[in-house]
Design a protein around this ligand. Sequence first.
Ligand code: UD2
Length: 339
Amino acid sequence: MKRNIYLFVLVLAEVLIIGCIYYGFVSSWFSVVKQRNQMQTFTRLLDRHLELPKGVNYKQPDILNGRKDVVTVTPWLAPIVWEGTFDTNVLDAIYKPKKITVATTVFAMGKYIRFLKDFLETAEKYYMVGYRVRYFIFTDRPEEMPVVPLGQDRNLTTITVPSLNRWQDISLGRMLQLEQLIENQLVHEVEYIFSLDVDTKFHGHWGAETLDRLVAAVHHSFYNYPRDQFTYERRPESQAYIPYGQGDYYYCAAMVGGKVEEVYRLVQTCRIQLDIDKSNSIEAIWQEESHFNHYLLYNKPSKVLSPEYMWIDLYGQAQELKVIRYSHVLKNKTEVRPN
Ligand code: UD2
């Protein structure tokens, strides 16, 4: 009997000791995970904090004198970026120490691969120079990829995708591809992303002034039009429907960018809306561009790029454009498109 009591006490003590060790281990593991999550949240928040290192010299900002020929802020107080509204010295002093990475996705499908060399060569000269850039090129012709020397901290990944027979499907399919790339890879690896059309060239500086939460560019062909003449989707049966009398600007789909989480939300929403339209046998008038415009009307961009950042070689230089930074090249649509 005495022996049994002794054994019972011994087992109880062992259980208690093991329990305490286990509890200590589990709770310290939980606190490590909690701290790590907190750190990640704080790092993400700090990423938006605009810290200026001491000793940086730049021109004194002015609140009375500035651009008077163009509007430089939206009604929801997002900046509209024009030459003369920012100072590269101060922006670089703030953003370069953050060591951010900007993913840049480009689709070069079918004959559009021919535009890629100029795109990359000019991007290397003007686009996010001095920042880490990771190009992701989606193509069905990997064997025709041009060889373009890249600067320091810049690299390129080719993603081979199946060919498509309709240019509309290529344009629309970008949403799903971007959604998957962000979800599977980029969300863990980069802070910002820009998705750009390939039939384009850079002509001037495109830098940290374009970084923000959600960034959209005003379309070169509609920036001076009344909203009822925008080519929004006007059929209520489409998920992209915008009624007459509504709308801010007409944004182009050739450029969308921002924090990777925000762009993910945009492309995923557009992809879902496109799927609903498809199941209802309707395709919006300007494919994903119509859905972008619908999304951006109800989810305002935090920064808007002026047509300096999205021009077209077809037009000469408009008076209000002090510089053309990026433009669409001329193309023979019937010759380059698959349909
Ligand atoms: C407009 C938009 C474009 C897209 C399209 C949808 C602007 C300035 N452009 O341009 O972004 O919304 O309308 O209708 O707003 N692509 C290929 N291979 C092809 C076809 C397209 O790679 O055979 C890719 C390529 O990256 C190209 C992009 O899709 O830059 C858009 O196609 P587009 O340039 O033919 O469309 P476009 O000029 O009508």
